[in-house]
Design a protein around this ligand. Structure first.
Ligand code: AR6
Length: 176
């Protein structure tokens, strides 16, 4: 049995059927706008307090915290690349952000995880390219670590992003 990859439209802070949600953070891990701001607001100030002890995060890496007032158990904070045209290692860094988040999940026994669309907001990564990398990386990781993850949800904030991810998932299923 392969992993169940889901795409849903919504607010990731409201997702209550996964053990971990992923935050599209910045290198400081001290909060920001977009999904990062929403996660910190919903989790409460204890999250910022724990993040201060982590001393930031390199682009493409990931760190884990508690989820405090969020309806999941953990937040995995990762930092996607800022889009600078595509010739500055952005695809590899985006892949690393997904891969290292999933690695941290299985290292902590987490079997269900929700991702936002990392880097496609403030960081301006073109959404079609980002979605293809996101779903391919999830699939590759789950094949390489068979049986360790049950569910991966992509929680997309707007309809266009949802449609792009739905298309990326169906392309992957068609082409293997
Ligand atoms: N639930 C799900 N997705 C959301 C939510 C939400 N509550 N809110 C926004 N999105 P962004 P990035 C979508 O900008 O591009 C922050 O300031 C949003 O519509 O949150 O990786 C950090 O501190 C978009 O589709 O993340 C960094 O400085 C996607 O989440 C920087 O932004 C990602 O948009 C990171 O930029």
């Amino acid at each position: 049995m392969g992993v169940d990859i889901q795409t849903i439209q919504g607010d990731i802070t409201k997702v209550n059927d996964v053990e971990a949600i992923v935050n599209a953070a910045n290198n400081s891990l001290l909060g920001g706008g977009g999904v990062d701001g929403a996660i910190h607001r919903a989790a409460g100030p204890e999250l910022l307090k724990e993040c201060r002890t982590l001393h930031g995060c390199e682009t493409g890496e990931a760190k884990i915290t508690g989820a405090y007032h969020l309806p999941c158990k953990y937040v995995i904070h990762t930092v996607g690349p800022i889009w600078r045209g595509g010739a500055y290692g952005e695809p590899e860094l985006l892949k690393n952000a997904y891969w290292n988040s999933l690695q941290l999940a299985i290292d902590n026994g987490i079997r269900s995880i929700a991702f936002p669309s990392i880097s496609t907001g403030v960081y301006s990564y073109p959404v079609e390219q980002a979605a293809a990398i996101a779903v391919k990386t999830v699939k590759e990781f789950c094949v390489a670590h068979a049986g360790r993850i049950d569910t991966v949800s992509f929680v997309l904030f707007d309809r266009n992003t949802l449609h792009v991810y739905e298309h990326a998932v169906s392309e992957l299923q068609r082409n293997g």
